[in-house]
Design a binder for this molecule. Sequence first.
Ligand code: ZN
Ligand code: MN
Length: 498
Amino acid sequence: MLAATTKSDTRYELVVGMEVHVQLLTRSKMFCRCATDYAGAPPNTRVCPVCLGMPGTLPVINRDAVEATVKTGLALGCEIAETAVFARKNYTYPDLPKGYQISQFELPLCIHGRVDVDLPDGSTSPIRVRRVHLEEDTGRSVHEGGYSYVDLNRAGVPLMEIVTEADIHSAEQAYAFLTGLRSVLRYLGVSSGDMEKGAMRCEPNISVRTPEQKARGEYGAKVEVKNLNSFRAVRSAIEYEMRRQIDVLQSGGAVEQVNMGWDEERQRTVLQRTKESSDDYRYFPEPDLPPLALSRAWVDEIRAELPELPGAKRARYIRDWGLRPTEADALTGESLVACFFEGAVAAYGEEDGKPQRMANWITGELFRLIYADGEGQDLRQIADVRIAPAQLAALLALIDDKTINPNTGKKVLDIMYATGDDPQDIVAREGLAMVSDTSVIDEAVASILAANPAELARYRGGETKLFGFFMGQVMRATQGKADPNAARQRLQELLDEA
Ligand code: ZN
Ligand code: MN
């Protein structure tokens, strides 16, 4: 992981805090009735006097956006404010029509959360969530043919900002935190979490410090990295910055507090601008909006409706169904996958290690088909697969009762994936039922022994590893339909007969 780690590097501790902006899946914008479906829409067709920032207009708070933020806050273990206040964050930019963004500053909706991040090595680290607040997205500048244009369709789309404490100490932890967070957002249905579409934007602030600084409770100067459009880019940027900062410090220099961008092509950070402090934004309470009171009854209602979250599901699969952590992870990352798995187990049964067997088929064979098909690695495609959970359960039952062997099962699954047909029909139609009739197997074995006298002589002369060769021939002769156990047993008997 630490490509350039030298002995003295280990003196430095990596310290990362994360800011994540998330577009909420509401139908209308944060403070007006314009639609949020701006993707692919002609420029400036999702606008009104409010989101264009016209004088004399007044914002109205979107209740669904507040609810989505409270939901997220509860899922991240936060306290929900009794009163939240919107604030003006003042800055000028062509895509910000009002000259300020309505955000939250001193009294955000949610504070003091905590997320436990599970790492691949089995360790768990707690990452504190400082705040979750609600604000509005900006418009977009488009640069084309020497001109710059402003498209305000995105201006005013509800944006939730999640800020962590500086509790992340490796690029792997950052990666695990972000994938886990996206998973929670999708379970809650509050955001698509699609980074490549800009629905989730992550900005790590990265610094390193010596043990002496740590002992004094001090931090190194931090660099904030912008424009990261994949989790992999976040991980690479953190690794790169850590090495760069350590190099600067070791050569006697000082790290400057700046904003950097990520150059994906050259795999390095590049200087953007020096960083503003919050004073530069001259925050003050938004005079056009009243303080937002959140009744405890409403918050409790939202809490009661929270779905089972990925961490709880993962623990339940391991505890109740004896799943291995690897499969439990793979099945709980996307709620649509978990839903498919649970439907399949409901049809197949929970006894005798069946859930683990089902987990193996889904994470192995079904994922293979999904990955090979269409949109690459996006497992949400499981919702569009032509195989119903109960049909997959029926396929596994055919293997369990030895109607077909596992290898034939994979072939049947391929056909099910392509056609959506029932496995029983495919087995009948294609004549795939397993041959456990010993007379058929005996016949196949006899003809193979007769056709390979040299190998037979070597086997009987003590070269027993040739068993695998004969076994392969038998399976080929029966077109893979022989019951492997029956075939193995008869082959052994007939080979040892002489
Ligand atoms: Zn509008
Ligand atoms: Mn923000």
